[in-house]
Design a protein around this ligand. Structure first.
Ligand code: NAD
Length: 300
């Protein structure tokens, strides 16, 4: 049995799979053309978010039993079509939860105290003590849009820091220590920080749009460590320019990779290149879960 590793995966995971008697072919930079040509030989494939697994790849994958995604989002895989061909699609649902929740909380602090902007100012040789008066997060309200594993973990950490945490998620009936809000509009009017933790779906497409921004508190801060496409980026730009939104921290974008994004011309925007799950610990956990998924799928 043979597994094709299509995106960078921890060496420990590859070793675990080999030790289980499965041949590992590691091609973390495989091109779409090469993938299409070679996939027919494999019983399983491992991807992260780079490799696209659409119909042509699935049609060519005549031996494939499993597609294993290291990470959470399955937007790069045609899950329904794979299912119709009897191919299992497996991910690592909680391996990156702590990493993304910690980045979310880091961004709350960074927005409250302007940490990245102060660093730039210091690098530029300034001593701008008067320009960077911050605010405290204790007593402020964090509004979570989506309270699955990462939303809940972020909420728990924010609670421990003295924030009031509310959440809008029509698909859950309870959340530990977090007040569930029935209408998104109510969350928008109450929150000082709004943090998105939803998948990208038809329903969540631009869930924060121009209309949503008008309903928010003046001076609200926005965080998105969830998925791109959930914020109307032009509307966010205008809301930041007008001062309605005080700051935004973004890890994900409508189009990725996103170099030279217009939002980064605004000093009140801080962010990262979709690296929410990028910790040593999360990568190791993802690797272990990937290996277990491959072994279970191929060896039962
Ligand atoms: P999850 O499935 O545990 O939680 C998602 C939650 O969103 C669920 O509770 C669901 O009910 C809710 N939801 C769905 N549609 C909604 C809607 N229309 N309105 C409100 N809530 C809705 O997933 P998770 O592990 O918590 O991940 C959350 C997001 O973070 C996902 O989009 C995932 O892809 C993303 N993620 C990002 C990174 C990163 O590197 N930035 C890493 C891992 C996960």
């Amino acid at each position: 049995m043979k597994v094709l590793i299509c995106d960078a995966t921890a060496q420990a995971a590859l070793d675990m799979i080999s030790e289980a008697g499965i041949e590992v072919v590691n091609k973390p930079d495989i091109t779409p053309e090469e993938l299409l040509e070679e996939i027919s030989q494999y019983d399983a494939m491992v991807v992260r978010s780079r490799t696209q697994v659409r119909r042509p790849v699935i049609d060519a994958a005549i031996k494939l039993k499993a597609i294993v995604r290291g990470g959470v989002g399955l937007d790069n895989i045609d899950v329904k079509y794979a299912g119709s061909k009897g191919i299992q699609v497996l991910n690592t649902p909680t391996a990156s939860t702590a990493a993304v929740a910690e980045l979310t909380v880091g961004y709350i602090f960074a927005l409250a105290r302007h940490i990245p902007q102060m660093t730039i100012s210091m690098e530029e040789g300034e001593w701008a003590k008067k320009s960077f008066t911050g605010t405290e997060i204790a007593g402020k309200t964090l509004g979570l849009v989506g309270v699955g594993s990462i939303g809940q973990a972020s909420g728990n950490k924010a609670n421990a820091l003295g924030m009031r945490v509310i959440a809008y998620d029509p698909y859950v009936t309870s959340a530990h220590g977090i007040e569930l809000i029935e209408e998104l509009d109510d969350l928008l009017t109450r929150a000082d920080y709004i943090s998105l933790h939803v998948p990208y779906t038809e329903e969540t497409h631009n869930i924060l749009d121009a209309d949503a921004f008008t309903k928010m508190k003046d001076g609200v801060n926005i965080i998105n460590c969830g998925r791109g496409g959930t914020i109307d980026e032009d509307a966010l730009f205008k809301a930041l320019e007008s001062g309605k939104v005080a700051g935004a921290a973004l890890d994900v974008y409508t189009e990725e990779p996103s170099m030279g994004h217009k939002l980064y011309t605004l000093p009140q925007v801080i962010g990262s290149p979709h690296i929410g799950a990028g910790t040593v610990e999360a990568k190791a956990r993802v690797g272990t879960e990937v290996a277990k998924n491959v072994i279970n799928a191929l060896k039962g």
